[in-house]
Ligand binder design. Structure first.
Ligand code: SF4
Ligand code: SF4
Length: 363
C-alpha cells in the first residue's frame, strides 16, 4: 500500500490506516485477528487510546514482534501529571513495544485543558522526558474543536493533530489544515466515515483520499470491514459516489449523531446515541429488523429527565434531551405503523411525555 509522510514526524504511514476503537466491541481473538489481517493487507499505522478498554492490549498482542514494520499511536485523556504518568506506563506495558511511536493528548476541547497540558513541569514536559529516554518518539494532540487546535499547533509542541474530517464535517479545511501543512504537522483524520452514517464507507474514504497528505483511520473490527474499506484506494471518487455522499449529507442535515459516545453514560441508563442512530440504520437495513428490545430502548428514551448531562458532554453541541425524546417518539410511531406496538400504548406514552413536559414548564 502507498505510504504518506506524517508531517515532521517523518513516519511513513499507510494511505489508509487503522482506527482501534471498535475492536473493543468484538471478542479478544477476533480483535487480534482483524488487526493482523489489516497488517497483512498493507496497513502499518494503528491508532488506539487508553480509554478504548481492551484495544491497546489487543493491538499489543496482534503486533508483537513486528518492530519498525508497524507504527503504533495511542492517547490519554489525562491532564493531570500523575494520572498521565500512570496512563503512559500502562500504554507502554500494553503495547509491548520498545517505544511508543506517537502519544497524543486525547480530545483536548477546552483552552484550560490545553494550558494544563503545556504548563511548565506538566504532562507535556513529562512526555518530552520519555522522548529523551527513548520510550516515546512523537507527541500529538486530538480534538473536535478546530479553533482551539489553531492555538495548540501555534505553540509548536505537537507533531501531529488528529481531527474529525469527512464529507459532512469540513470546517478544518478553512484554517486548521492549511496551518498544519504550513507547520509540517502530520494530519490524522478521525471519523472519516462520520460514524458510519454514509451509504458507502468506501466513497467517504475515497473523498478524503483526494487530499494526499491526510491520513484517514477508519475504525474496523471485522475482516469484511477491512475488505470493504481498502478498495477505496482503487481510484478517484466517481460522479455517482459523489452524488451518493451529497444525498447522504442532505438527508442527515447538521444535527446528527456521530456515534462517538462521549455523551455516555446517562444516569437514567438511556442509550442516547443508540436511539439517535437507529432511524438511519433501519432506513438502510430494513424496518423489519425492529425488535421488542429496540422498542424497549426507545420507550426508555421517553423517560429522559432532560438533566442536560449528555448534552454538556457532546462535542457537537447537539440538543440531546429534545433529540432523544423526539427520536424515540418517531421510532415508536414507526413501530405502530409496522404493527409492533399498539396505537393505544403509543398514545399513553405520548400523554406521559406531554404531562411531564407541561409540569416541567410550570416549575
Ligand atoms: S438529558 Fe436525558 S438522555 Fe441525557 S443524560 Fe439526562 S436523562 Fe440521560
Ligand atoms: S450525541 Fe453527541 S456525544 Fe453522543 S454519540 Fe452522538 S455525537 Fe457523540
Amino acid at each position: 500500500m502507498d505510504k504518506v509522510r506524517l508531517g515532521k514526524t517523518g513516519l511513513m504511514v499507510s494511505r489508509i490506516s487503522f482506527g482501534g476503537l471498535p475492536i473493543q466491541s468484538v471478542d479478544r481473538e477476533s480483535a487480534v485477528a482483524v488487526v493482523r489481517y489489516a497488517f497483512e493487507k498493507g496497513i502499518n499505522f494503528f491508532d488506539t487510546a487508553r480509554v478504548y478498554t481492551t484495544s491497546e492490549v489487543d493491538l499489543g498482542r496482534a503486533l508483537a514482534g513486528l518492530g519498525e514494520k508497524v507504527i503504533v499511536a495511542t492517547k490519554s485523556y489525562q491532564r493531570n501529571l500523575e494520572q498521565l504518568k500512570k496512563d503512559f506506563a500502562t500504554s507502554f506495558e500494553n503495547l509491548k513495544r520498545d517505544y511508543i511511536d506517537l502519544f497524543q493528548f486525547h480530545i483536548v476541547n477546552y483552552e484550560k485543558e490545553l494550558k494544563e497540558i503545556i504548563k511548565k513541569g506538566g504532562p507535556l514536559d513529562y512526555l518530552k522526558q520519555e522522548q529523551q529516554k527513548g520510550r516515546l518518539r512523537h507527541i500529538g494532540i486530538t480534538s473536535h474543536r478546530p479553533a482551539l487546535m489553531l492555538e495548540a499547533l501555534k505553540t509548536g509542541h505537537f507533531e501531529t493533530v488528529q481531527i474529525p474530517f469527512n464529507y459532512i464535517e469540513r470546517e478544518s479545511l478553512d484554517q486548521l489544515i492549511p496551518l498544519a501543512r504550513s507547520l509540517d504537522i502530520g494530519i490524522i483524520v478521525m471519523k472519516p466515515v462520520a460514524g458510519g452514517v454514509f451509504t458507502s464507507n468506501r466513497a467517504a474514504i475515497r473523498w478524503i483520499l483526494q487530499y494526499p497528505d491526510l491520513v484517514p483511520i477508519p475504525g474496523m473490527c471485522r475482516i469484511e470491514e477491512v475488505d470493504d474499506n481498502l478498495p477505496a484506494l482503487g481510484g478517484p471518487l466517481t460522479a455517482a459516489e459523489l452524488a451518493g455522499l451529497e444525498a447522504d449529507r442532505l438527508d442527515l442535515g447538521s444535527m446528527f449523531c456521530r456515534r462517538c459516545d462521549y455523551c455516555m453514560p446517562c444516569p437514567n441508563k438511556i442509550e442516547a446515541s443508540y436511539i439517535l442512530r437507529s432511524g438511519m440504520i433501519f432506513k438502510r437495513t430494513g424496518w423489519d429488523k425492529l425488535s421488542l428490545d429496540h422498542i424497549n430502548a426507545f420507550k426508555k428514551g421517553l423517560t429522559c429527565m432532560q438533566c442536560g448531562i449528555c448534552a454538556a458532554r457532546c462535542p457537537y453541541n447537539l440538543p440531546l434531551s429534545e433529540m432523544v425524546i423526539d427520536e424515540s417518539l418517531a421510532l415508536l410511531r414507526e413501530a405502530v405503523v409496522l404493527g409492533k406496538l399498539s396505537a393505544e400504548e403509543f398514545e399513553t406514552l405520548l400523554k406521559t411525555v406531554k404531562n411531564r413536559s407541561n409540569s416541567r414548564s410550570k416549575d
